[in-house]
Design a protein around this ligand. Sequence first.
Ligand code: PLP
Length: 440
Amino acid sequence: MNIFNRLESEVRGYVRSFPTVFCSAKNALLVNEAGQHYIDFLAGAGSLNYGHNHPILKKSVIEYMLDDGVVHGLDMATLAKKEFMQAFEQHILKPRQLNYKIQFTGPTGTNAVEAALKLARNNTGRNNVIAFTNGFHGVSLGSLALTGNQKFREAAGVNLSDVHHAAYAGYFGEDVDTIAMLEKLLADRSSGVDLPAAIIVECVQGEGGLNTASLNWLKRLSALCERFEILLIVDDIQAGCGRTGTFFSFERAGIKPDIVTLSKSLSGFGLPMSLVLMKPELDIWKPGQHNGTFRGNNLAFVTATSAIHHFWKDDCFAQQIAQKAELVKKHLLDMVAQYPQAGLKQRGRGLMQGLVFTNPAWADEVTSKAFELGLIIETSGSQGEVVKLLPPLTIEVEQLEKGLGLLSKAIASVVQQHEQTAELPLTPKNPKAALQEARA
Ligand SMILES: *Cc1c(COP(=O)(O)O)cnc(C)c1O
């Protein structure tokens, strides 16, 4: 690890949480230099929904390269891009009756968010955009202005402007209707909130701690946007591509956002690729007005096409995700009941679930202990209080159960350690009350 600690900038992050050198990977398994195995419940922060080195995706990209397929093509037309668009139209858009045009942006998620913002502002002629508390949309300046987390915001060095943060679903607890609050702010022309170009939302907040908007909340948000002629942007960079159980995270809410951003697992193979979907009438770009050298990662197009053909031609994959999601939920609820001392709560949707800890420090200790035991898992949330499970959607059930077992063991170990030192969680709770609350 010496060269990483000595030469790599202090900005490095995940390498600190998982200080070992990984050298190979297969589906949900990572192997380090010493040959030790780790189960991967991080999956590239949701970039590896189909696991590491999926054999079919890997074969497609190797064959493409052996045939001297175009690797870099700016945004010129290539066979790889044509086949991706054909597959995306036929198997993703059409079956869902979605009518969108596709903008290929630079390869990272934040590139797609920046393009979506420009598009919304240019279409409406308005500056303001509404984002939500605990939202995460990337760290380039436009996206950073939307992002809630202070840790990222304070590094900006300039004013982050033209964004108003509204309360996300459940922000003030279950009893406070945050859509009604937003409605009032928009309807009252003396609220001080300028009519926004767009409202950007994650249906489940990935980095923000797995806060989950109900389908009804999303429906009402969409209706609100329609009423005030505000564009609705769903940032599906982390929650999309099957993570919550359907290809898009908004499908079950029955809404049709004006703009959608996709990235992370879009290529299916961990290769960088992003895009913006927009309703056709919003496509007011002039040729080349927004660009980027790496809008044509053809290797990513090839694996993205394979992933669509392999996973999204019918409902089978979605059903498998639902089964695994049920299994995860059951195990997490068991842990909530088993460790009342930790004051746990289960949260999330699909294979994007986690445990909220009363004391954020315990969540951190649990992920460290999990790493020792051979499980890669991270925290999220404003104080890192949520242990977030993001296993590959393709994880073998046996591996999934093994990983859940390791997580349970890690919690047991942390709980025991604190009991020995007679330290209680931040809000001391008697076990019986904690159990009742967890069940409620
Ligand atoms: C990761 C993420 C982004 C930013 O993607 P990058 O590739 O890191 O720029 C934006 N929005 C959401 C919801 C994300 O999870």
